[in-house]
Every structure is written in C-alpha cells, then in structure tokens.
Design a protein around this ligand. Sequence first.
Ligand code: SF4
Length: 502
Amino acid sequence: MRVHLVNPSHVSFGIAVITPRWLYVLAAATPAKWGDPALVDETLEVFDPSTIGSGDIVGIGIHTGNALRGYEVGRAARERGAWVVFGGIHATLYPDEAHDLGGAHAVVKGDGDLAWGRVLDDCANGTLERIYEAGRVPADYFLRARWDLLPRDRYMWASVQTVRGCPKHCSFCSVWRTDGQEPRQRGVDAVVAEIVDLRRLGFRFIALADDNFYPVTLEDLRMAARREDKTRLHELEALRAERFELMDRLARLPKDMVFYTQITMEAAEDTEFLAAMKRGHILGALVGVESVTAEGLKDIYKGFNAAGDELVAQLRKFREHGVHVLGSFIFGLPSDRPDTFDATVALADKADITFAQFVMLTPFPGTLDFAKWEKENSGADQHVDGIPVTRHWLIPRARRPKVYVPHPVMSAEEIRRRTQAVWDQFYSLPRVWARSKVVRSIKARLAFVLISKLYRQMYANTGISTDSARHESATRWARLIAKPCRRLFAAAPMPELEIPSA
Ligand code: SF4
C-alpha cells in the first residue's frame, strides 16, 4: 500500500521552472509509517499508471488549469485498483466534479497540511469519507516541505511559502476567497530553516510563493491609526515587523542567493520596505499591473493600483530600489480598445520592467468575475463538444476557446491575436537585448536573452496560440533550451550551511 502524489500537467518539458511545492508539503504531511511517497510532477514527465498497484493511495492536486488532466490521471489510477484522493483549489470548489469525472474516492477541501494524515488512516481503516472539510490551517501548522525527496537537477527555482491569504478583493482572482483575506504569516524561523535546506542542496534562486508578500500597506496602517481602538493597528504593526525580521534574516544568508516574490504595487510608496527587500536579496517581484488605464482597473476592482504616468513612476520605484518587476497584464477588459495593446507595450518599455506576462481575461472559478459570468451565461446555449462553456476547463484543450467573456467592441479572436502580438513585440530580440542591460557581462546578457525566450515559449506560445504547429514547436523549443537554462540557475551545494541565528 504505497502513497503516490501526482501534480498533473498536459505538457511535460523534462525540466521545470519552479518546484511544485504542494507535492513536498504533502510528502511532509505523510506520516512516516507510510514510508516516503512516490512523487510525480508531470511538468517533468508523464505519469505512468503501471507504477500504481492495487490498494495504493494516489493524491492528486488540481487547479482549474490542470483539472482535466488530473481527472485522466485519477481515472487511470482507479482502474489500477488504487484509492484516489483529490485536493487543491479546483477540487475545493468542485468536489463533485472530481467524484464524477476523476474517479475520486475522496476529496479534501482546503489546506491539506493537517487533513492528509487523517485521510491516509481512514483509507487503511476502510472509513474513507467522501469529502473532508479541511478549511484554512493556522500559519503555525504550515509544514516544512520534504525537500530531501526532490529529484536532482530538474528544477531551476525552488519555492517556499511565507504567507497565505491576501487582504485585497480583485474580481478576477480567487486567492482572497479561497486562502482568505486575513494573512496567515509563517514564523520567520520556519521559513529560514526551509530556505537553508534548499541552499544546502544547491538552490540559490528561490521563489517566495506567496499570495501577497506585502500584506500590510502604509495606507492600512494610516487607517488603523485613525481608529480609537488600537488593537487592529497593533496587529498590523506586528505583521509588518515580522516581514522586516524575515528580510533581515534573509540578508544574512549567502550573498549569492536570489529571491523572487509576488507583491502589490502599493509597495512602491513604501521605500523602507523596498530597501529591506533589496538587502534581503529579494531582487524580483511579480506585480499585478493588470491594466494601464483607470477604467480598466475599475473593471476589476483594483482601484488601489495607479494608471498612466503615475503607474510608470511607481513601477520605476521598484527598479530604483533594486527590485526587478515581472509585470502582469490582463487583456480583454470591457474598457480595453484596440489601442490598449500598443499602449501597454509602450508603458511596459517606459516603466523599465524586466519581464512581463500578458494574459486574457478568463473567468476562473472561485472569482467574482466567474460568478457573474456564469449567472449571465447559465441559460445560454453555448457548448463545445457538448460541454457548456461555463465549464470551459472540461473542454479538451485543442478545442477549448481562448476567450469567453464577450467584449463590447472586439471579437474573441481579435483579442487573442492582439495579445499574441504583444508577447511577440515585448519579447522581440532587439527589445530583449536592450532590457538585458540590467546585467553587466556579455555572458550574463546572453543568459538573460535565453531565459526571456524560454519564458515566452513556455507561457505564450503554449498557452495563447491556437495554431497547433506553433504550439508544438514552442514545446520542442522550450524542452531544448530548458536544460542549459537550468544550469544557469544552479549553484554548488552547501551541505555545511548553518541557519543564521535570530
Ligand atoms: S490579484 Fe493579487 S492583490 Fe488581487 S486579490 Fe489576488 S493576490 Fe490579492
């Protein structure tokens, strides 16, 4: 009776960019009496059902993007006689779907850190429940991932979580509804210990895989200070102080370490925070820019972001303080017009952002956008292969439309084509070469070009393209350059590295 954990993916590159952290956290949640679980990350290689024996237990974690593949894996495992258990955001939202389509015996809703051990025991005792309400685990119970099980030389970046939850409420995002709006911040010692584990193994690039690394803004503090009751103010100040404590500890790790995180743009006005990030080697951040216009931000309840020239100034602030920005932009917002696409590329150039991603507005389950769109379309007779578009993740990938939300002036195909063109412009060789000035030597600049191209192949040509030849060639190309790219990120292991003291 062996435990298997599978991270499904419809495409395998042989080398992956970031470690799928949940696999290693659930491995840590697997009690020792079960032995080490077998971990399969399909972004590396395809799951092989013949490895599953009758009576084994197979845990599959899914988000909306990989749910369909996850269901294939679940059915294949069940056919082999295994117990099949689903978890992850999508299974939390649609537990019945995992039962109906994925061959599930059980579904864990919410965080698996504590529930997984119980599920395994129930499996052994024949008392497996259909649904486990695991809820949100307090930060003190977040587990230290089993990085000792990581395959060698397959990942470019490792990932460590420092906080779950986000206080914002963007309409296209499910994080604040699933992980909650109250930040659950992990203790500094636990985070640093895990990072040291990874540096010992030879990872010097680590993603702080947080919903929002900056959960307390200066504005939050100002608002709390205005209240007569100072309890909230003190809570927020304590959370903020812990962030600084963490960054101070990161600053005492080996100098070659580089961290990357996800942050809201409001951090631009908090120069003390940006300076601490730089000292702590947090040299890159994904910033959800979303739209370059005030109307676009209003469309998605993201009024706290700046637009136009103020946006350029804010994004530049990150760079001025030594934090590189991966700007994330959404196209297809109701107020977008054909000229929004060029305006976005121009702004990205002007704002000195180092990397960018351009996604199309997609109503993802768990978001406000989805709830509204599903309601509006529930009576509509829009189906592909008999599947309603309101369940778009169940449509086979090759036949799945790329845009779902009707736009007032542009067709879905026009939005897709223009988005693809923006990727092509932003990642054109002359532009990438110009941006590569952020590093000094020619060797480093060539590495920058290689990584930019890999990023674009993995995310644009395999995600947006409807042209299957372009899709296949992008996958082949990404496989080819992934290996040399990984070597650029690797460092010599430091098995003797000590945990810096508090
Ligand atoms: S998009 Fe970012 S800022 Fe908005 S709710 Fe999601 S995690 Fe928070």
